[in-house]
Design a binder for this molecule. Sequence first.
Ligand SMILES: C[S@@+](CC[C@H](N)C(=O)[O-])C[C@H]1O[C@@H](n2cnc3c(N)ncnc32)[C@H](O)[C@@H]1O
Length: 317
Amino acid sequence: MIGTAVEHLPVLLSQVLSFLRVKEGGIYVDCTQGLGGHSEEILLQLDGTGQLIALDRDQEALDTARQRLGSRFHNLQAFQENFKDLPNLLSRLEVGGVDGCLVDLGVSSHQLDSAERGFSFRLEGPIDMRMDTRQHTTAAQLLNQLPEEDLAGIFWRYGEEKAARKIATAIVGHRKLSPFRTTTDLAQIVEKVKGRTQRSIHPATLVFQALRIEVNQELAGLEEFLQQAISLLAPEGRLVVVSFHSLEDRIVKTVFRKEAGKCVCFQPAGLCACPRVERVRILTRKPVTPARQEIESNPRARSAKLRAVEKIETADS
Ligand SMILES: C[S@@+](CC[C@H](N)C(=O)[O-])C[C@H]1O[C@@H](n2cnc3c(N)ncnc32)[C@H](O)[C@@H]1O
């Protein structure tokens, strides 16, 4: 279990705040509260006014954030929810339009640093990887039960792992003798297939990332969620998304372009069937990435990309 002294370095913090543009009395949503690093700064900027609604699917993260923030901020409400259920949550809370919404995708440092959660090849623990432990399927179940081809597909699609097929074959060979139980079981198999190179990244990095994305279904429904989040914004409300994976960033970029009334099919003018309805203004022509100094002090920030949009007044807003 983690203590309150957990190190938490919110990624792209000043950029997130500058794009969110927190205003006094506003209603904000932190869709991925984690340890509450971004939440804390939003609450400080709200200065006792307005409201921050925070979500995470991980109860342990919420408990840790509550220990840090709960007694200091009366205008924070936190819920164990998948952000894909945000429209229902806001309607239960009778909240109409929100002034800002932050989505900081992926895994948190507390999840990676907790051996018993099984997210990391560096720490021995049960190979679990569920962000929401109420969920049934664990990474161990996938490793022990999925057909070889499906495993290879996951490693290739979500990890762009070049040795996906060989690794899947080795996994299936191994599990016939003894089922996968720990992170070390998997890390060792991958290392055996790929070998240890001098590069700083561990050979099992991409396989662990891919399995985590599959276990938590991180990409499923992301596009629909982003469209819904835009619908929930009040006029001039802002949606800020930080992603860590090229597939996520591509989804964010495409949704933002589509919602800004731009073409996303790239067909010639006469053939383009994009709706071209403008609901947002894009605030980041290119993704914002961390400066070298931030990456040096927090290597987990290295693949972060921030994109933001602002809602414009339309008939449905
Ligand atoms: C990168 S961390 C967020 C860190 C946080 N911004 C901070 O400053 O501490 C991502 C968090 O999002 C949560 N998460 C991922 N997918 C989610 C989803 N679909 N719904 C709710 N929470 C999710 C994870 O459990 C994790 O705690």
